[in-house]
Design a protein around this ligand. Structure first.
Ligand code: DAH
Length: 367
């Protein structure tokens, strides 16, 4: 085992020899380190402040050197110190497996393999269609209102001028919440069957003039088939001001359809009936698939029915007259459209249930 010798000859050859002996011992002891405990002994033996080999070198060689040799000895001792520190660090690295070639080999990766693909989410086509519709009306100065999906009979039917025995009030079409037999009819809760109740809620909140669109989810007691779903989406619209006419209604909806389907789309209005509008109309658009010539999609008629609309019935205004809606002074139009239907027409989807199945092969076409 190496012991630091006392020096009495401080000449360069003597110092060279002493340094060589020390470094040989350092190398040998470093190679013998195979585990953690051995490493700690090794490190302390060489570097411990109290009586470590470097400390002894300092005392026995540097401090003992006579004045004229001090400078030379000092430089040599410093070099030795650096060597010792480097080798102790290298010994530890080797022990911890730092950069051993076996470790590198085991960690080898093939950078030519394809990476993991991260799929970026995309908006669902129904919500995208709904946003598109809302944005067309926002650009015309409409604001957005939302209402609850669990609605009362009052907002869903009564205030919209549905007569007491209208078939829509029957459980055939409407999903009612259970256990409400004790409540008066108007307070009974149901799943809203359309977004039209938001018309009433908006007029109660804001006096005229008013322009709103109301997007949202609606519910019907319908079985799922290629064109019906018990849950679907609508966008409602309402404009009320002095002197609103049926021409405003036609111009507004014609512009909206051209914005959504392209400027070559035509619209036409057919007489219809809704309790809350008078007169009422169904609006049709020229078939976007064949341009109106007739094809399977439009059942060879060239036109496709797309929404209900009309002039707000004065009886509806009576329910909100207190908030400035005097039917003698103001008038308005309203419309309501099914979002899934608009989307099917826009993207040529022939089965509504595709929107709800979550099949990535269908959805990624809209990404
Ligand atoms: N609420 C009607 C439905 O769900 C659609 C509708 C028709 C809304 C005419 C309107 C309207 O605002 O004026 O079938």
């Amino acid at each position: 085992m190496y012991i630091v010798p006392k020096l009495d000859d401080f000449s360069p050859p003597s110092l060279d020899r002493a340094a060589a002996d020390l470094l040989a011992a350092l190398d040998a002891e470093s190679s013998a380190v195979t585990d953690d405990a051995a490493y700690k002994n090794f490190r302390d033996r060489w570097m411990a402040r109290k009586n470590g080999i470097l400390t002894q070198v300092n005392d026995l060689w540097l401090k003992a050197a006579p004045g004229p040799q001090k400078r030379d000895v000092g430089q040599r001792v410093n070099q030795l110190k650096t060597r010792v520190e480097e080798l102790v660090a290298a010994t530890e690295q080797h022990l911890r497996g730092g950069a051993s070639s076996e470790k590198l080999e085991a960690d080898r990766i093939d950078v030519t393999l394809p990476g993991n693909r991260h799929h970026i989410g995309a908006q669902h086509p129904v919500l995208r269609m709904m946003d598109d519709v809302v944005n067309v009306f926002r650009a015309m100065g409409y604001s957005i209102e939302e209402g609850p999906e669990v609605e009362t009979d009052y907002y869903n039917f009564e205030a919209l001028n549905f007569p007491p025995n209208h078939p829509a009030r029957d459980t055939q079409d409407t999903l009612f919440l259970a256990g409400q037999e004790k409540k008066p009819t108007r307070d009974r809760l149901l799943m809203r069957t359309h977004t039209s109740p938001v018309q009433i809620r908006s007029m109660m909140k804001t006096p005229p003039p008013l322009r709103v669109v109301c997007p949202g989810k609606v519910h019907r007691n319908d079985a799922l088939d290629a064109t019906h779903s018990p849950v679907f989406h609508q966008v409602e619209g309402l404009a009320v001001d002095a002197n609103i006419t049926f021409s405003d209604l036609k111009g507004t909806l014609d512009h909206a359809m051209k914005s959504l389907y392209g400027s070559s789309i035509k619209t036409r209005f057919y007489p219809s009936f809704f309790p809350f509008t008078e007169p009422s109309a169904d609006m049709q658009v020229s078939c976007p698939f064949c341009g109106g010539k007739g094809c399977r999609k439009c059942k060879f008629g060239g036109w496709i029915e797309i929404l209900g609309c009309g002039m707000v019935d004065p009886n509806v205004f009576e329910f909100v007259r207190d908030n400035g809606y005097d039917p003698a002074k103001i008038s308005g139009f309203a419309f309501g459209m099914g979002v899934e239907r608009l989307a099917m027409l826009k993207w040529g989807v022939d089965d509504i249930s595709l929107f709800y199945q979550g099949d990535i092969r269908f959805l990624e076409q809209f990404a």
